[in-house]
Design a binder for this molecule. Structure first.
Ligand code: CA
Length: 226
């Protein structure tokens, strides 16, 4: 799940990033309104967490611009304590939920998941792939009811393949999803994650179509013998 975090306070941003990453989100951060407006308008995110008090272009204006441009990503706004006018304005500007500061990280994570659940329309958030159950609400993958110990990166890879289970996903697209435009973007890194996952999940879960990409076995994307 790709999340845009807009927060100008560097320390708060670092704390939020750590908590959200630990919960399995891939976090990209914007420090001011201009950057936030640009990223939200040109990139695809599953969710944005938007602080309203920003230098320059304020959060409300950013949100209004996204909505005016037809960007429908779910947005959770962070408001100052007791500032009920901010909450009203935020909702009117198109926010999907709000959270007054200060808040607990657990609550932020729970609200982010709830928003994605509402937006995603994937029902219970559970999908069965072969003998495995992917729970996108809890962000777990389990076999026979026992969660498998996946790293956030590994989970994101499986969840992405499951979300696109009707097709073979090219390595470049997976790398983009896993690492964004970071320098960590190497085919070798992807192969290493896939290899690790295969050791954890066993054979017959993640298939390769040589020269094309990866897919989940039993999901119908692999086609005939490769
Ligand atoms: Ca702020």
């Amino acid at each position: 799940m790709r999340l845009l975090l807009v927060e100008d306070d560097a320390r708060i941003a670092a704390d939020l990033t750590a908590a959200l990453q630990a919960a399995g989100f891939r976090v990209e951060a914007a420090r001011d309104g201009e950057q936030a407006w640009f990223l939200g308008d040109t990139e695809d995110y599953d969710l944005a967490v938007l602080d309203l008090g920003l230098p320059g272009l304020d959060g409300l204006t950013v949100l209004k611009r996204w909505r005016a441009a037809g960007r429908e990503l779910p947005v959770l706004v962070l408001t100052a304590r007791g500032a009920w006018t901010e909450r009203v304005e935020g909702i009117e500007a198109g926010a999907d939920d709000y959270l007054p500061k200060p808040f607990r990280m657990e609550e932020l994570v729970a609200r982010c998941r709830a928003l994605i659940r509402r937006a995603g329309g994937r029902g219970s958030g559970r999908q069965t792939i072969g003998g495995l159950t992917l729970d996108t609400n809890r962000m777990t993958l389990s076999r026979d009811g026992l969660p498998l110990p996946l790293s956030p990166l590994e989970y994101r890879l499986v969840a992405y393949l499951a979300h696109h289970r009707d097709r073979v996903v090219p390595p470049g697209e997976l790398l983009e999803h896993l690492y964004g435009d970071d320098d960590a973007r190497e085919a070798n890194a992807l192969e290493a994650v896939v290899a690790r996952l295969r050791r954890k999940l066993g054979a017959g879960v993640i298939g390769t179509r040589r020269g094309f990409g990866y897919f989940l076995e039993g999901a119908g994307a692999g086609g005939a013998a490769s």
